[in-house]
Ligand binder design. Structure first.
Ligand SMILES: NC(=O)c1ccc[n+]([C@@H]2O[C@H](COP(=O)([O-])OP(=O)(O)OC[C@H]3O[C@@H](n4cnc5c(N)ncnc54)[C@H](O)[C@@H]3O)[C@@H](O)[C@H]2O)c1
Length: 315
Protein backbone atom coordinates (compact mmCIF):
# COMPACT_ATOMS: atom_id res chain seq x y z
CA UNK A 1 0.00 0.00 0.00
CA UNK A 2 1.39 3.41 -0.98
CA UNK A 3 0.59 7.00 -0.19
CA UNK A 4 -0.38 8.73 -3.42
CA UNK A 5 -1.26 12.30 -4.34
CA UNK A 6 -3.39 13.06 -7.39
CA UNK A 7 -3.46 16.67 -8.56
CA UNK A 8 -6.58 17.38 -10.59
CA UNK A 9 -8.19 14.35 -8.96
CA UNK A 10 -11.71 15.80 -9.10
CA UNK A 11 -11.48 15.98 -12.88
CA UNK A 12 -12.44 13.41 -15.48
CA UNK A 13 -9.35 11.22 -15.57
CA UNK A 14 -8.21 12.00 -12.02
CA UNK A 15 -11.47 10.83 -10.45
CA UNK A 16 -11.28 7.50 -12.29
CA UNK A 17 -7.68 7.06 -11.25
CA UNK A 18 -8.56 7.86 -7.63
CA UNK A 19 -11.26 5.15 -7.73
CA UNK A 20 -8.85 2.59 -9.13
CA UNK A 21 -6.13 3.40 -6.60
CA UNK A 22 -8.57 3.26 -3.68
CA UNK A 23 -9.81 -0.09 -5.00
CA UNK A 24 -6.22 -1.35 -5.02
CA UNK A 25 -5.89 -0.39 -1.34
CA UNK A 26 -3.71 2.73 -1.57
CA UNK A 27 -3.96 5.85 0.57
CA UNK A 28 -5.17 8.52 -1.81
CA UNK A 29 -4.93 12.28 -1.37
CA UNK A 30 -6.61 14.49 -3.96
CA UNK A 31 -5.76 18.11 -4.59
CA UNK A 32 -8.00 20.05 -6.97
CA UNK A 33 -8.98 23.72 -7.03
CA UNK A 34 -12.27 22.81 -8.76
CA UNK A 35 -11.43 25.18 -11.59
CA UNK A 36 -13.26 22.72 -13.82
CA UNK A 37 -13.70 19.45 -11.95
CA UNK A 38 -16.26 18.73 -9.25
CA UNK A 39 -16.32 16.85 -5.94
CA UNK A 40 -19.36 14.99 -7.33
CA UNK A 41 -16.93 12.98 -9.45
CA UNK A 42 -15.46 11.61 -6.20
CA UNK A 43 -18.81 10.72 -4.60
CA UNK A 44 -18.23 6.96 -4.65
CA UNK A 45 -14.92 7.21 -2.76
CA UNK A 46 -15.32 10.46 -0.80
CA UNK A 47 -15.01 8.69 2.57
CA UNK A 48 -11.89 6.80 1.52
CA UNK A 49 -9.76 9.73 0.36
CA UNK A 50 -8.43 13.00 1.72
CA UNK A 51 -9.50 15.95 -0.41
CA UNK A 52 -7.96 19.44 -0.58
CA UNK A 53 -9.64 22.18 -2.59
CA UNK A 54 -6.47 24.03 -3.49
CA UNK A 55 -4.35 25.05 -6.48
CA UNK A 56 -1.35 22.78 -7.01
CA UNK A 57 0.76 25.78 -8.04
CA UNK A 58 0.87 26.92 -4.38
CA UNK A 59 4.23 25.31 -3.73
CA UNK A 60 4.31 25.85 0.02
CA UNK A 61 0.89 24.24 0.41
CA UNK A 62 1.84 21.37 -1.87
CA UNK A 63 5.01 20.76 0.09
CA UNK A 64 3.00 20.69 3.33
CA UNK A 65 0.61 18.08 1.91
CA UNK A 66 3.44 15.88 0.64
CA UNK A 67 5.12 16.08 4.04
CA UNK A 68 1.96 15.55 6.10
CA UNK A 69 0.77 12.51 4.15
CA UNK A 70 4.26 11.13 3.48
CA UNK A 71 3.44 11.06 -0.22
CA UNK A 72 5.48 8.48 -2.15
CA UNK A 73 3.99 8.85 -5.64
CA UNK A 74 2.37 11.77 -7.40
CA UNK A 75 0.01 11.66 -10.36
CA UNK A 76 -0.19 15.10 -11.88
CA UNK A 77 -3.35 15.65 -13.90
CA UNK A 78 -4.21 19.24 -12.92
CA UNK A 79 -4.05 22.23 -15.20
CA UNK A 80 -5.65 23.63 -18.34
CA UNK A 81 -6.77 20.40 -19.94
CA UNK A 82 -7.51 21.30 -23.55
CA UNK A 83 -6.38 23.62 -26.33
CA UNK A 84 -9.40 25.98 -26.49
CA UNK A 85 -8.94 26.85 -22.80
CA UNK A 86 -5.82 28.77 -23.80
CA UNK A 87 -7.67 31.07 -26.22
CA UNK A 88 -7.02 34.60 -25.01
CA UNK A 89 -5.35 33.22 -21.86
CA UNK A 90 -2.08 31.96 -23.31
CA UNK A 91 0.21 33.47 -20.67
CA UNK A 92 -1.95 32.35 -17.76
CA UNK A 93 -2.28 28.88 -19.24
CA UNK A 94 1.49 28.57 -19.53
CA UNK A 95 1.84 29.72 -15.90
CA UNK A 96 -0.63 27.09 -14.75
CA UNK A 97 0.69 24.21 -16.82
CA UNK A 98 4.42 24.91 -17.00
CA UNK A 99 5.51 27.18 -14.14
CA UNK A 100 3.25 25.30 -11.71
CA UNK A 101 4.74 22.03 -12.94
CA UNK A 102 8.27 23.23 -12.28
CA UNK A 103 7.22 23.99 -8.69
CA UNK A 104 5.83 20.47 -8.44
CA UNK A 105 9.12 19.05 -9.71
CA UNK A 106 10.92 21.07 -7.03
CA UNK A 107 8.68 19.50 -4.39
CA UNK A 108 9.36 16.01 -5.79
CA UNK A 109 13.09 16.68 -5.55
CA UNK A 110 13.04 18.32 -2.12
CA UNK A 111 10.73 15.73 -0.54
CA UNK A 112 12.31 12.71 -2.24
CA UNK A 113 9.04 11.67 -3.85
CA UNK A 114 9.66 8.22 -5.34
CA UNK A 115 8.13 8.93 -8.72
CA UNK A 116 6.00 11.42 -10.61
CA UNK A 117 3.58 10.33 -13.33
CA UNK A 118 2.15 13.24 -15.32
CA UNK A 119 -0.22 13.97 -18.19
CA UNK A 120 1.25 15.12 -21.44
CA UNK A 121 -0.81 14.93 -24.61
CA UNK A 122 -0.92 13.53 -28.12
CA UNK A 123 -1.74 17.06 -29.26
CA UNK A 124 2.04 17.59 -29.23
CA UNK A 125 2.11 15.68 -32.53
CA UNK A 126 -0.21 18.02 -34.40
CA UNK A 127 -0.78 16.39 -37.78
CA UNK A 128 2.51 14.46 -37.73
CA UNK A 129 2.32 11.34 -39.85
CA UNK A 130 4.26 9.14 -37.44
CA UNK A 131 2.99 9.60 -33.90
CA UNK A 132 5.83 7.85 -32.20
CA UNK A 133 7.59 9.15 -29.11
CA UNK A 134 10.91 10.05 -30.73
CA UNK A 135 9.35 11.84 -33.72
CA UNK A 136 10.36 15.43 -34.23
CA UNK A 137 7.32 17.46 -33.22
CA UNK A 138 6.05 20.98 -33.77
CA UNK A 139 3.35 21.72 -31.14
CA UNK A 140 0.45 23.34 -33.05
CA UNK A 141 -1.05 25.41 -30.20
CA UNK A 142 -0.28 26.76 -26.73
CA UNK A 143 -1.80 23.79 -24.96
CA UNK A 144 0.48 21.41 -26.86
CA UNK A 145 3.40 23.76 -26.27
CA UNK A 146 2.72 23.66 -22.52
CA UNK A 147 2.85 19.85 -22.57
CA UNK A 148 6.02 19.88 -24.63
CA UNK A 149 7.63 22.27 -22.14
CA UNK A 150 6.52 20.04 -19.25
CA UNK A 151 8.20 17.03 -20.84
CA UNK A 152 11.45 18.96 -21.15
CA UNK A 153 11.24 20.32 -17.61
CA UNK A 154 10.82 16.73 -16.36
CA UNK A 155 13.83 15.67 -18.43
CA UNK A 156 15.95 18.43 -16.91
CA UNK A 157 14.87 17.48 -13.37
CA UNK A 158 15.95 13.94 -14.04
CA UNK A 159 19.26 14.97 -15.63
CA UNK A 160 20.10 17.49 -12.92
CA UNK A 161 18.50 16.02 -9.80
CA UNK A 162 17.52 12.42 -10.63
CA UNK A 163 13.81 13.11 -10.07
CA UNK A 164 12.05 10.01 -11.43
CA UNK A 165 9.15 10.67 -13.74
CA UNK A 166 7.08 9.23 -16.54
CA UNK A 167 5.19 11.43 -19.00
CA UNK A 168 2.13 10.09 -20.78
CA UNK A 169 0.96 11.39 -24.11
CA UNK A 170 -2.74 10.65 -23.72
CA UNK A 171 -4.65 10.26 -26.95
CA UNK A 172 -8.44 10.85 -27.07
CA UNK A 173 -9.71 9.70 -23.69
CA UNK A 174 -13.42 9.02 -23.12
CA UNK A 175 -15.57 7.70 -20.29
CA UNK A 176 -18.00 8.85 -17.60
CA UNK A 177 -17.35 11.81 -15.24
CA UNK A 178 -16.87 14.19 -18.13
CA UNK A 179 -20.02 16.26 -17.75
CA UNK A 180 -18.15 19.13 -16.03
CA UNK A 181 -15.95 19.53 -19.10
CA UNK A 182 -18.96 20.59 -21.21
CA UNK A 183 -17.69 21.82 -24.63
CA UNK A 184 -14.18 20.62 -23.72
CA UNK A 185 -15.29 17.00 -23.22
CA UNK A 186 -14.30 14.22 -25.60
CA UNK A 187 -16.35 14.07 -28.81
CA UNK A 188 -17.71 10.65 -27.82
CA UNK A 189 -19.25 12.18 -24.70
CA UNK A 190 -20.49 15.28 -26.48
CA UNK A 191 -22.08 13.24 -29.26
CA UNK A 192 -23.58 10.77 -26.77
CA UNK A 193 -25.16 13.58 -24.75
CA UNK A 194 -26.62 15.07 -27.94
CA UNK A 195 -28.02 11.70 -29.05
CA UNK A 196 -29.55 11.09 -25.61
CA UNK A 197 -31.15 14.56 -25.64
CA UNK A 198 -32.36 14.30 -29.26
CA UNK A 199 -30.19 17.29 -30.22
CA UNK A 200 -28.05 17.85 -33.31
CA UNK A 201 -24.72 16.04 -33.40
CA UNK A 202 -22.52 18.79 -34.86
CA UNK A 203 -19.63 17.50 -36.97
CA UNK A 204 -16.89 19.73 -38.31
CA UNK A 205 -16.21 19.08 -42.01
CA UNK A 206 -17.28 15.76 -43.48
CA UNK A 207 -16.59 13.60 -40.43
CA UNK A 208 -13.67 11.74 -41.99
CA UNK A 209 -11.19 13.13 -39.47
CA UNK A 210 -10.16 10.30 -37.19
CA UNK A 211 -9.04 9.85 -33.62
CA UNK A 212 -7.34 7.19 -31.54
CA UNK A 213 -9.97 6.88 -28.79
CA UNK A 214 -8.89 5.25 -25.56
CA UNK A 215 -11.24 4.24 -22.78
CA UNK A 216 -10.51 5.87 -19.44
CA UNK A 217 -10.12 2.55 -17.57
CA UNK A 218 -7.40 1.48 -19.99
CA UNK A 219 -5.69 4.80 -19.46
CA UNK A 220 -5.80 4.36 -15.66
CA UNK A 221 -4.20 0.97 -16.10
CA UNK A 222 -1.34 2.56 -18.06
CA UNK A 223 -0.88 5.14 -15.30
CA UNK A 224 -0.80 2.48 -12.58
CA UNK A 225 1.71 0.39 -14.53
CA UNK A 226 3.99 3.43 -14.47
CA UNK A 227 4.15 3.37 -10.70
CA UNK A 228 5.22 -0.27 -10.76
CA UNK A 229 7.65 -0.12 -13.69
CA UNK A 230 11.38 -0.63 -13.14
CA UNK A 231 13.52 2.42 -12.37
CA UNK A 232 15.07 2.37 -15.82
CA UNK A 233 11.67 3.31 -17.29
CA UNK A 234 11.22 6.34 -15.05
CA UNK A 235 14.08 8.44 -16.33
CA UNK A 236 11.76 11.15 -17.61
CA UNK A 237 10.74 9.12 -20.65
CA UNK A 238 7.44 9.76 -22.42
CA UNK A 239 4.90 7.17 -23.52
CA UNK A 240 2.01 7.23 -25.95
CA UNK A 241 -1.21 5.97 -24.42
CA UNK A 242 -3.66 5.09 -27.14
CA UNK A 243 -4.96 1.97 -28.82
CA UNK A 244 -3.06 2.26 -32.13
CA UNK A 245 -6.44 2.12 -33.90
CA UNK A 246 -8.11 5.17 -35.37
CA UNK A 247 -11.82 5.73 -36.07
CA UNK A 248 -13.33 8.50 -38.12
CA UNK A 249 -16.16 10.49 -36.55
CA UNK A 250 -18.81 9.02 -38.85
CA UNK A 251 -17.86 5.48 -37.81
CA UNK A 252 -17.71 6.49 -34.16
CA UNK A 253 -21.25 7.88 -34.40
CA UNK A 254 -22.38 4.59 -35.99
CA UNK A 255 -21.10 2.81 -32.86
CA UNK A 256 -22.92 5.30 -30.59
CA UNK A 257 -26.14 4.67 -32.52
CA UNK A 258 -25.70 0.92 -32.21
CA UNK A 259 -24.99 1.06 -28.46
CA UNK A 260 -27.78 3.52 -27.59
CA UNK A 261 -30.33 2.16 -30.05
CA UNK A 262 -30.99 5.80 -31.04
CA UNK A 263 -30.50 7.68 -34.29
CA UNK A 264 -28.05 10.59 -34.30
CA UNK A 265 -29.22 13.85 -35.89
CA UNK A 266 -25.98 14.49 -37.82
CA UNK A 267 -25.31 18.08 -38.76
CA UNK A 268 -22.21 18.78 -40.84
CA UNK A 269 -20.80 22.32 -40.57
CA UNK A 270 -17.71 24.13 -41.86
CA UNK A 271 -14.70 23.58 -39.62
CA UNK A 272 -13.95 26.81 -37.70
CA UNK A 273 -10.72 25.55 -36.05
CA UNK A 274 -7.23 26.55 -37.19
CA UNK A 275 -4.48 23.90 -37.16
CA UNK A 276 -7.18 21.22 -36.90
CA UNK A 277 -5.72 17.75 -36.59
CA UNK A 278 -7.07 15.29 -39.15
CA UNK A 279 -5.69 11.99 -37.82
CA UNK A 280 -4.40 10.77 -34.47
CA UNK A 281 -3.04 7.27 -34.16
CA UNK A 282 -0.69 6.21 -31.42
CA UNK A 283 2.34 4.08 -31.96
CA UNK A 284 2.02 2.04 -28.77
CA UNK A 285 5.05 -0.23 -29.12
CA UNK A 286 7.10 1.58 -26.46
CA UNK A 287 4.36 1.51 -23.80
CA UNK A 288 3.80 -2.17 -24.51
CA UNK A 289 7.49 -3.03 -24.37
CA UNK A 290 8.48 -0.99 -21.28
CA UNK A 291 5.30 -0.79 -19.21
CA UNK A 292 3.53 -3.93 -20.42
CA UNK A 293 0.55 -1.78 -21.42
CA UNK A 294 -2.04 -3.37 -23.69
CA UNK A 295 -5.49 -1.73 -23.94
CA UNK A 296 -8.38 -4.05 -23.12
CA UNK A 297 -11.39 -2.09 -24.42
CA UNK A 298 -12.27 -1.94 -28.12
CA UNK A 299 -14.21 1.17 -29.16
CA UNK A 300 -17.46 -0.82 -29.06
CA UNK A 301 -16.69 -2.24 -25.62
CA UNK A 302 -15.70 1.15 -24.22
CA UNK A 303 -18.78 2.91 -25.56
CA UNK A 304 -21.01 0.09 -24.38
CA UNK A 305 -19.46 0.37 -20.89
CA UNK A 306 -19.96 4.14 -20.89
CA UNK A 307 -23.58 3.92 -22.07
CA UNK A 308 -24.37 1.34 -19.34
CA UNK A 309 -22.66 3.46 -16.67
CA UNK A 310 -24.75 6.48 -17.67
CA UNK A 311 -27.94 4.39 -17.55
CA UNK A 312 -27.09 3.33 -13.97
CA UNK A 313 -26.37 6.95 -12.94
CA UNK A 314 -29.66 8.17 -14.43
CA UNK A 315 -31.86 5.34 -13.14
N1 LIG B 1 -9.14 13.94 -21.61
C1 LIG B 1 -8.28 13.78 -22.60
O1 LIG B 1 -8.62 13.25 -23.67
C2 LIG B 1 -6.85 14.21 -22.44
C3 LIG B 1 -5.98 14.03 -23.53
C4 LIG B 1 -4.67 14.44 -23.40
C5 LIG B 1 -4.20 14.94 -22.19
N2 LIG B 1 -5.07 15.12 -21.16
C6 LIG B 1 -4.54 15.69 -19.93
O2 LIG B 1 -4.94 14.90 -18.83
C7 LIG B 1 -5.11 15.71 -17.67
C8 LIG B 1 -6.48 15.47 -17.08
O3 LIG B 1 -7.44 15.82 -18.07
P1 LIG B 1 -9.00 15.64 -17.85
O4 LIG B 1 -9.56 15.26 -19.17
O5 LIG B 1 -9.26 14.78 -16.67
O6 LIG B 1 -9.43 17.15 -17.59
P2 LIG B 1 -10.21 17.82 -16.36
O7 LIG B 1 -10.27 19.27 -16.72
O8 LIG B 1 -11.47 17.11 -16.09
O9 LIG B 1 -9.21 17.61 -15.15
C9 LIG B 1 -8.29 18.56 -14.71
C10 LIG B 1 -8.58 18.86 -13.26
O10 LIG B 1 -7.57 19.75 -12.80
C11 LIG B 1 -8.20 20.71 -11.96
N3 LIG B 1 -7.33 21.89 -11.96
C12 LIG B 1 -7.13 22.79 -12.95
N4 LIG B 1 -6.21 23.68 -12.58
C13 LIG B 1 -5.80 23.31 -11.33
C14 LIG B 1 -4.86 23.82 -10.42
N5 LIG B 1 -4.14 24.91 -10.72
N6 LIG B 1 -4.69 23.21 -9.23
C15 LIG B 1 -5.42 22.11 -8.90
N7 LIG B 1 -6.34 21.59 -9.72
C16 LIG B 1 -6.52 22.17 -10.93
C17 LIG B 1 -9.56 20.96 -12.59
O11 LIG B 1 -10.47 21.49 -11.65
C18 LIG B 1 -9.93 19.56 -13.03
O12 LIG B 1 -10.62 18.87 -12.01
C19 LIG B 1 -4.88 17.15 -18.13
O13 LIG B 1 -3.55 17.50 -17.83
C20 LIG B 1 -5.05 17.08 -19.62
O14 LIG B 1 -4.30 18.07 -20.29
C21 LIG B 1 -6.37 14.76 -21.26
Amino acid sequence: MSSILITGGAGFIGSHLAEQLVKAGHNVVVMDNLFLGTEDNLKAIRESIVFYKHGYEDKAFLLGIVKKHRIEYIYHLAGYSSAPMFDGKEAHGMMMNVVGFIGLLDVCRDMNVKRLMYASSSSIYGDAKFQVEDAKVKPPNFYALSKYAMEHAARLYFDLYKVQSIGYRFFSVYGRNEVHKKQFANLISQFLWAIEAGKDVVIYGDGTQSRDFIYVLDLCNALILGMKAGECYARAGVYNVGTSETFNLNDMIDVLEEMTGKKALRKYVANPIKNYVTVTKADTAKAKRDLGFVPQFSLKQGISHLVSARKIIHS
